[in-house]
Design a binder for this molecule. Structure first.
Ligand code: ROI
Length: 160
């Protein structure tokens, strides 16, 4: 199965966090990394008094079912020092969000696929377009169409 995962970090050296997340996905015994987008710098969505984010999107191949894939991404988050804070939409060390899993549409207490926020988030859509320009979502909407409605909002490719 093919899936797309969003990576986000704005604490504890976000560039290092994002790169470590990509390495961890690459090294996972149960995931094959197919491709990774560039790293992007983005303005925080949510409270503005937090650092800018580093975001990326990766495509993976896996035999894991969606719930088992979530277990694996959460294992990686925890391994990389993720601490869940009380504040909603507050800063985070490492976030791995399952965006898409084949053409699966599901809504369980643990997991909503496609990711509920992906259609409006520039820091998801532009990195996704870099690696899967011709993608069409399970609802039939193309990534091209979504991008026409979402401003870059200061999103830039991060370079050293
Ligand atoms: N804002 C940006 N720019 N990037 C993120 O990855 C991100 N993740 C979040 C919230 C707090 C919604 N804001 C974000 O979870």
């Amino acid at each position: 199965m093919r899936a797309f995962i969003a990576i986000g970090s704005n604490l504890s050296d976000p560039v290092t966090q994002a790169k470590a997340a990509i390495t961890a996905l690459e090294q996972s015994a149960v995931i094959t990394l197919v491709q990774a987008s560039s790293l992007y710098s983005s303005k925080p969505m949510g409270p503005a008094d937090q650092p800018d984010y580093i975001n990326a999107v990766v495509e993976i191949a896996t035999d894991l079912a969606p719930d088992a894939l979530l277990d694996e991404t959460q294992r990686i988050e925890l391994e990389h020092g993720r601490v869940r804070k009380a504040e909603r939409w507050g800063p985070r060390t490492l976030d791995l969000d399952i965006l898409l899993y084949d053409d699966v549409v599901m809504d369980s207490p643990r997991l909503t696929i496609p990711h509920y926020g992906m259609k409006s988030r520039e820091f998801v859509l532009y990195p996704l377009a870099e690696i899967a320009a011709e993608l069409v979502l399970p609802c039939g909407t193309s990534l091209h169409t979504l991008l026409q409605h979402v401003d870059r909002n200061g999103l830039t490719v991060w370079s050293e």
